[in-house]
Design a protein around this ligand. Sequence first.
Ligand SMILES: Cc1cc2nc3c(=O)[nH]c(=O)nc-3n(C[C@H](O)[C@H](O)[C@H](O)COP(=O)(O)OP(=O)(O)OC[C@H]3O[C@@H](n4cnc5c(N)ncnc54)[C@H](O)[C@@H]3O)c2cc1C
Length: 398
Amino acid sequence: MTEDVEFLIVGCGPAGGVAAREAARAGVRTVVLEKDSVVGAKRVCAAGLRPGFCETFNLPRSLVHCDTPRLALFDLENREHEVFFGPGHTTTREELDGEIGRLAAAEGAEIRTGMLFRSYERSGDRTIVEYADLAAGGRKRISARNVFFAQGATVKLDGDERFGFDGWRDGLLTTLQYRVYPDTPAKAVAYQTLELHYYLAADGRQIVAWMFPKRDHLAIGLGVRGKMPGARLREELDTFERRVRERLYSGIPTTVKEEGHLLYGGHPRPRVASEGAMVGGTAAGLVDATNGEGIFEAAMSGRMAAAAVAQRRDAPAQASTQYGRNLQRRFFGRLEHRVKLMRYLEKRPARFGALFEDLSRRPRFAEALLLENHERRFGDRMFLWAQALRFAARAANA
Ligand SMILES: Cc1cc2nc3c(=O)[nH]c(=O)nc-3n(C[C@H](O)[C@H](O)[C@H](O)COP(=O)(O)OP(=O)(O)OC[C@H]3O[C@@H](n4cnc5c(N)ncnc54)[C@H](O)[C@@H]3O)c2cc1C
């Protein structure tokens, strides 16, 4: 007998965890398959959160390591442009994903760790999923009325006739990050700031690098589109880390832990829903191409999947249609625009500096840009258009 559940979730990152918590809270019988043995323990991430994240997802403020009202944008010439916002926050994924997983379990979701998703097929009104039990060994099958795929950037949907997307590989970035633990605290400003740096690698490719502060360490990392051999990537990160050290913790002994993962920074997946199956979070391409933000989008996609499943219990096959429509309406316009903006800036990297100057001189421009589409009023849209035209005129000469 194949086990049968109402809602099956693959992956317990922010997308899967929020979906599980909110579906279970609505009374939906929910099972999560997570390949890692401890939720969140292996996530590589700078874990910067947008303002209001904990309140939006009803999470305890104790997760927050640093409140970061200051965004420091560094251009090609290593000039710093400051923008005040929010404040944003930082945390670690061990804590964030672990807490969301615990809250999901407390609502009644069954989280099965050490379970590796392998394949799925549609059969009648069910989706049958096959997975490997990594601890006990052997393969198992489970059938579900609705499945939410939330495996992050390593998702394998290339040859999938429903969700396959030729542009997926073009959007992948290789990243490397150091967790730098200084023996004594770095300069105070480090703990109030999210730093983003846009410059060129030794081979001329665009690099996006960051310094995000935590209570006991600084997450210092970088990403580059496509592949870069490990040794070259490490050289780039060493050079960048030296630059950060000179400004923020010069002369302080440190312990360093290295970690790497794939990041996605391309177009959203054109199809994210098909009868009984939904794709969310980074697996759906929901990452801001200009800055790598994807935790908020992932968590929100989980909320939307849970809402669709809970609202369509009488007609489960329609949940995916509702999810796909709502997700596209909410995120695709902005994320597509961010991909275009990033490619435009990368074409002539001096344009980054022109944009950052505008952002730091006009706080209202930065505020309007940070808003979600649905939060922008008519006046914000007009203002943004005017700023965009100004910037385009300046950038043409950059
Ligand atoms: C270096 C780096 C820095 C980043 N910094 C930030 C940041 O500061 N702020 C921000 O908002 N975003 C950041 N991001 C992006 C952010 O990490 C992602 O957008 C976010 O994690 C997406 O959440 P998710 O739930 O979709 O996927 P993930 O968080 O990737 O979770 C996927 C889950 O699925 C599990 N899984 C994968 N394959 C399988 C399988 N076959 N079977 C079962 N389980 C599986 C994984 O173990 C994991 O638990 C960063 C990413 C990287 C790589």
